[in-house]
Design a protein around this ligand. Structure first.
Ligand code: ADP
Ligand code: ZN
Ligand code: ZN
Length: 749
């Protein structure tokens, strides 16, 4: 009987003795493994990877069929209710990767496999309305345009000059919607044309004229040669090169080879905001379609992109971390760009690291994976140093571009009452006078990070979090960035009633108004999460600013990531001190990465750039190492420190976090969990720190606690978790809290 289940995938039922087979089904919920169901009434077992509806308690839920099993003799099984798919939705690679995710991240199997379902099959999308990324003329639209050209003004268009203009704009071929909007065509006009059937949506990847490949410089050529050599087998390689050193060019030439061999390529980028620029660049060069995929897409479009690779046809799928789970049966290469980026770590549900899962996927599909970064994660660097990953370097900037000069502005010598010291303002003035752009980086959105009464010292705190309220303008409100609570700004101090409280410190909105008063003639583009709420808008704004001479770009880390700003010649880091003194062990690494990444925005083309770092502590060893010796020197020192402390990548971590409306249940649960962990095998190879209150002990009205496991090696830590977690699941105290286990946490609070 078991043999039958092995071959169940494509098998037709011929044996009438059906009830002897059972089906393993991954169901949603806290079940670590699959549940077993009967197959009575089914003409044949559903193929592994297809969806089934199954009874669970009093409900019917959607599950994913796994292997068929011999029916247990000792108990009666509930039968599955319905088979939903004639063919599997998850292919064997996806199933294997899902099982690995569940095992490695100690996540419920049902949750891990759900990641692989096409967006529409998950039926819980809340996305935005459908919106095409690009538009083109329909046959009817072209005919109209021809008539228009021949001066045979069609009646329907006679009094619609805006519609005429939009049709003409599409004469040369499809254009991105954002581009059309930026060129002044309005959304209502485009909508009307769509409704009349003269325009139709199409894929933004519709290739235009192909741009040609530059001649590779020797380091690039060596990298492409080495990586080409790996095609067809699994190997992970770190491609380390400063921004502008030509990593993307290396990806492009490698991708073209994979496509030419008839295979598929997955390119991961950390941020939605990076997809349009990268997509455009890839589409302009590659011979196969480039499909982008990210979570803020309308569900229909997203589903279409998700499915694009299922046939195995050569194509590039470019997207954020969830693209990692799309069907790409014919995968020949994975590229993880900006591999060090924090947003590759999923922060809820299955808390996976997209970078690490990408490496696993590549190993399952037998293809190379390239991890690109100017500032590799210390984990990745260590893998490269140990020879587990290849390590290729691009040490020089491509083309004419030179590395920027970095300088400190010592805030002890130069007052900066409004956030900007005089030497900084002078440098901005001088840059603008040359017709170049300056990029001003301030990783704090809002107007000011606090509101204080100068009479009594009262500070506006959030009622629900251990945090300050941020002052916002447009609209003027106090907002908590941790729970999104908001309230009006009090006119007088609620504590002493004496004076009106004043904003303290500087956020991007305040910096914008200051810069505006200093440089009234200069266009300023502010980019932060409050300002840029849609992709189309981000794209349009970036396009608009790229060619504007003498402009200021101001923003949060959105600006630091990967965008090309060819006219930027000055970068200002307004608050170089932030992050130097954080409790988290990764804070120095993050700051070093940020400094290098932001610096990388300057001087991309011919003109060398300057980076100014405003700080109270120019002698800080970390700042010094990064600025004077570069990222490698910093990484060397930081790795040494991690080794001494037994922190990742030398000692693996896992974190149990719990929260509840009161503290005692949190503490009780974590203490009981700790006892179970200590009693389970593997415990002697690790230290268990906690339970302690989280650094932000209360958030959204809930008390938060944590228990940190620091292992000496991965295997015993995982054995310990695998043994103890099923028991922790059953603790009565577990039902009084919300809790999860985070393997390889990206931060320890
Ligand atoms: P990275 O991805 O490392 O930031 P890019 O690949 O984007 O670097 O390259 C930076 C700039 O240099 C781009 O404008 C790119 O077109 C150009 N470039 C890259 N390689 C070459 C080359 N071999 N010759 C000339 N220009 C190049
Ligand atoms: Zn007061
Ligand atoms: Zn709050």
């Amino acid at each position: 009987m078991y043999q039958r289940s092995q071959g169940a995938q494509g098998e037709k039922a011929t044996d009438p003795v059906r009830p002897q087979l059972a089906l393993a089904v991954a169901v949603p919920g806290p079940f670590r493994g699959p549940l077993t169901y009967g197959l009575d009434g089914q003409p044949s077992p559903p193929p592994p990877g297809s969806r089934v509806r199954v009874p669970l308690g009093t409900r019917k839920v959607l599950g994913i069929a796994l292997e068929t099993l011999p029916e247990p003799a000792d108990r009666a099984l509930k039968p599955i209710s319905e088979c939903l798919d004639p063919a599997p939705l998850l292919d064997p690679t996806q199933l294997a990767l899902g099982r690995w995710l569940a095992q490695y991240y100690h996540a419920p199997l049902g949750e891990a496999l759900r990641l692989f379902l096409p967006p529409e099959a998950r039926r819980q999308e809340q996305g935005t309305q459908a919106r095409a990324e690009a538009l083109r003329l329909t046959a009817e639209g072209s005919a109209l345009l021809t008539a228009l050209r021949a001066k045979e003004m069609p009646k329907s268009l006679a009094r619609a000059p805006a519609q005429q203009a939009a049709l003409r704009a599409l004469d040369a071929g499809p254009r991105r919607r954002a581009e059309l909007l930026a060129a002044g065509h309005t959304a209502p006009t485009l909508r009307t044309l769509l409704q009349k059937g003269w325009l139709e949506p199409c894929d933004a990847s519709v290739p235009g004229a192909k741009s040609s490949a530059p001649k590779l410089h020797p380091e690039q050529a060596a990298a492409v040669a080495a990586l080409t050599n790996d095609l067809g087998t699994f190997r992970a390689t770190l491609l380390q090169g400063v921004t502008g050193s030509g990593k993307t060019e290396v990806y492009l030439q490698l991708i073209e080879k994979v496509l030419a061999a008839g295979q598929q390529v997955l390119v991961l980028v950390p941020e939605i905001g990076l997809t349009p620029q990268t997509a455009q660049r890839l589409a302009a060069r590659l011979s196969a379609p480039v499909h982008t995929l990210h979570s803020s897409m309308a569900p229909g479009l997203r589903n279409q992109r998700w499915e694009a690779g299922r046939s195995g046809a050569p194509m590039v799928l470019l997207g954020t971390r969830s693209s990692l789970f799309a069907p790409l049966p014919n995968l020949g290469l994975i590229v993880v760009d900006e591999e060090h980026d924090d947003s590759y770590k999923q922060q809820d549900g299955v808390r996976y690291s997209a970078r690490d899962v990408a490496v696993k996927r590549a190993s399952l599909q037998g293809c190379p994976v390239v991890l690109g970064s100017a500032t590799p994660a210390l984990e990745t660097l260590e893998n490269a140093r140990q020879g587990r990953y290849g390590h290729l370097r691009l040490r020089h900037r491509a083309g004419q571009a030179q590395a920027p000069t970095q300088r400190f502005v010592d805030l002890r010598k130069h007052a900066a009452p409004e956030g900007f010291a005089q030497p900084t303002l002078d440098a901005i003035t001088e840059t603008l006078a040359r017709g170049a752009q300056a990029l001003i980086f301030l990783n704090r959105r809002g107007y000011a990070p606090a509101l204080r009464c100068h009479a009594c010292g009262w500070l506006a705190d959030c009622d629900r979090c251990d945090a300050r309220m941020t002052v916002h303008r447009d609209p003027a409100r106090l907002r908590c960035h941790h729970c999104e609570r908001s309230q009006p700004i009090p006119g007088v101090c609620p504590s002493c009633g004496e004076r009106s409280p004043m904003p303290v410190g500087q956020g991007t909105q305040r910096a914008e108004s200051l810069l505006h008063s200093r440089f009234p003639e200069t266009p300023i583009l502010r980019l932060d999460r409050d300002k840029v709420r849609s992709m189309a808008r981000l794209e349009a704004e970036l396009d608009a600013i790229a060619d504007t001479p003498g402009a200021l770009l101001l923003g949060t880390q959105m600006l630091a990531k990967g965008h090309h700003f060819p006219r930027v010649e000055l970068v200002v880091i307004v608050d170089g001190d932030s992050g130097l003194f954080s409790a988290d062990f990764r804070a120095p690494e993050r700051l070093a990465q940020l400094l290098v990444q932001v610096a990388g925005r300057a001087g991309r083309e011919e003109a060398p750039g300057t980076v100014l770092i405003q700080t109270h502590d120019p002698e800080h060893p970390l700042l010094q190492a990064v600025v004077t010796q570069g990222y490698d020197a910093f990484a060397e020192a930081a790795l040494e420190e991690r080794a001494l402390l037994g922190l990742p990548p030398f000692g693996p971590l896992a974190m149990l976090r719990a929260e509840a409306p009161q503290w005692p249940p949190v503490e009780r649960f974590l203490s009981e969990a700790k006892a179970l962990l200590l009693a389970a095998p593997g415990a002697q190879a690790q230290s268990t720190l906690g339970p302690i209150r989280a650094p932000m002990a209360r958030r959204s009205g809930r008390f938060r606690g944590q228990l940190l496991l620091q292992g000496t090696a991965r295997a015993p830590l995982h054995r310990n978790l695998a043994e103890a977690l099923p028991q922790i699941d059953k603790l009565p105290s577990a039902r009084q809290v919300r809790w999860h286990c985070d393997v390889d946490p990206s931060d320890t609070y």
